[in-house]
Design a protein. Structure first.
Length: 273
């Protein structure tokens, strides 16, 4: 699933292509929006919230009783938006994966394999997004609130808790694995046993912010191929710190990578009595 910085970058691509332009046409290829026509609507901005994309538009007064609308989409594992010049060949994905096409005089935006595609009044955005925790790349980022939300379920493993978007919005599997390595935490450590939750979420925000604005994600400081991560995607390769073979195993519904030496297992809970 795309990380928060990838979604942030995608929002910027759409903003540069469509912001402050009036749409000349639209083509929705999902049943719920099949008859929707956004011709004459103006794109105000493109924004992201965690892993959600929000294209905010102004409808002509005669088009709807409400003029401020939001086209919401979620990329999940395989969604993508691409922007093309008018007349340019669409090369992003196979044509059968196209879910929406938005046309303006300057650009054509094509959404591939999008999920949760919905058009709703902008005033109702919180109906879809109100459950999300603080956005790591948003104006609402609040490390104390993110730590509080994590601490509310002390029995959950830190690996699972970081992926729960209700705690903090934007962390995906790559950053989860890399963050826990950098903090020396086993993915199976209960949240209640993590010594510094505030420091952990602060580092998460720094990792995403450092990669904002570029498509190559690196947590090591190197952008060279094969050198961008400490543990993620490196099963059986030597740890960059200690040389131990990186391990890979399922945690919840996702795989996780970690160094068995640098991220020792949590101490067993003492038996009662």
């Amino acid at each position: 699933m795309p990380e928060g910085d990838t979604v942030w970058n995608t929002a910027r691509v759409l903003h540069r292509a469509l912001a402050d332009t009036r749409l000349t046409g639209s083509d929705f290829r999902v049943p719920t929006l099949a008859t929707t026509d956004l011709s004459g609507w103006t794109v105000r901005e493109s924004a992201s919230r965690g892993k959600h994309l929000l294209l905010r538009l102004t409808a002509p007064p005669q088009a709807a009783p409400t003029t401020a609308w939001t086209l919401h989409s979620h990329l999940r594992m395989d969604g993508a938006w691409r922007a093309y010049a008018p007349g340019e060949r669409w090369t992003g994905r196979p044509a059968h994966l196209i879910r929406v096409v938005l046309r303006s005089p300057e650009a054509v935006a094509v959404g591939y394999h999008l999920h949760e595609l919905a058009l709703l009044p902008t005033a109702d955005e919180e109906r879809l997004l109100g459950h999300l925790g603080p956005d790591l790349l948003g104006d609402d980022w609040d490390p104390a609130e993110a730590a509080r939300r994590l601490a509310a379920a002390p029995e959950v493993t830190i690996g699972e808790a970081l992926l729960d978007q209700r705690n903090l919005a934007g962390v995906g599997n790559l950053y989860k694995c890399e963050l826990l390595f950098l903090r020396g935490l086993s993915p199976w450590t209960p949240v209640g046993a993590v010594p510094d939750l505030a420091g952990t979420v602060t580092l998460a925000q720094r990792l995403l912010a450092a990669n904002r604005g570029r498509w190559t994600q690196s947590t090591t400081g190197s952008l060279r191929r094969g050198q961008t991560s400490y543990v993620y995607g490196r099963r059986a390769q030597p740890c960059r710190r200690c040389g131990t073979a990186i391990a890979k195993e399922e945690l919840g519904e996702r795989v996780t990578y970690w160094c068995p030496t640098c991220q020792p297992p949590p101490a067993p809970t003492p038996a009662a009595g």
